[in-house]
Ligand binder design. Structure first.
Ligand SMILES: [Zn+2]
Length: 284
């Protein structure tokens, strides 16, 4: 490849973006930021765009991981990225590939008229909310539980599980026998509870304290943390969940204000920009 006379015609970076995490919370070798804290973003290749159209690969996160590898060379391990950072990168890649404007089409909540508006990739990236640092829970017995936002890997697992759950809820509605129905509902509920537990576990990156010998200790072993969370009082789980929700607010803002074009209406309302990959493919 190094002797290819076409090399100087390969794609060049189209734009730069920061990350909501600022590159914190990562082990070495996941992503390398420039000194400015930014990353170079390249447009998608035709191979990337084809990848976008594979629904199976989208569902398990494989396409997104490959597209990030292709369009953001500074990311070496896309599956270890935080979900908020993946969101920001996918928006930036969309901007680098299709331009700054993102079309949005929705119905006016006042009059029902179809409203077409547009949002801006740059504006969305410029107003991203940083992931707060040093988010922790201190227990009554003086353990410090340090938290981080969930990884993309867990986001994907949650997405797949929500999808399966919505499906099983549909089929539960068709079960005629009441006992069977109750059992199916219970199974589904237990799966969701287990998923919530996994999200909480993924959000804890260390638990520290002082032992009987007055020595400080810090636990990062996943099995030890899991065992602790399975055996601690429920109010600790609740406190952790509250903080995890705070962390979840970080990232890009997908809201955009649009106005109904129907003359007699003119209602102004908020709508969501669809930055998800499924919509990319139809936008091209
Ligand atoms: Zn209207």
């Amino acid at each position: 490849m190094s002797n290819n006379p076409l090399k100087s015609h390969f794609r060049a970076p189209k734009m730069f973006t920061r990350l909501p995490s600022g590159g914190d919370f990562y082990t070495e070798g996941v992503v390398t930021l420039k000194e400015t804290g930014e990353l170079e973003i390249y447009a998608m290749t035709s191979r990337d765009e084809i990848m976008m159209r594979n629904p199976d690969a989208l569902l398990n996160g494989e396409s997104v991981a490959q597209i990030i590898t292709s369009c953001v060379p500074a990311v070496k391990k896309p599956r270890e990225l935080l979900g908020a950072d993946v969101d920001a990168l996918m928006v930036a890649i969309q901007g680098a590939t299709f331009g700054d404007e993102v079309k949005v089409e929705t119905n006016c909540p006042e009059c029902g008229n179809t409203v077409i508006g547009a949002g801006s990739v740059q504006a969305s990236l410029a107003t991203m909310k940083d992931v707060p640092k040093d988010v922790k829970v201190i227990t009554d017995d003086n353990l410090t539980i340090e938290l981080r936002p969930v990884t993309y890997e867990t986001t994907i697992a949650a997405g797949v599980s929500n999808f399966q759950n919505a499906r099983s809820m549909q089929s539960i509605a068709n079960i005629e026998d009441d006992m069977e129905k109750l059992k199916a509902f219970n199974d589904s509920y237990m799966k969701m509870a287990e998923l919530n537990f996994l999200v909480i576990l993924d959000s804890i990156y260390s638990i520290s304290g002082i032992d009987d010998q007055e020595e400080e200790f810090i636990v990062t072993d996943r099995d030890n943390i899991r065992e602790y969370m399975e055996n601690c009082s429920s109010n600790i789980g609740k406190k952790v969940t509250e903080q995890v929700n705070l962390l979840g607010e970080a990232g890009i803002d997908k809201n955009v204000k649009i106005q109904c074009q129907e003359e007699s209406c003119g209602h102004v309302f908020d709508t969501n920009l669809e930055f998800d990959p499924v919509n990319f493919s139809t936008a091209s």
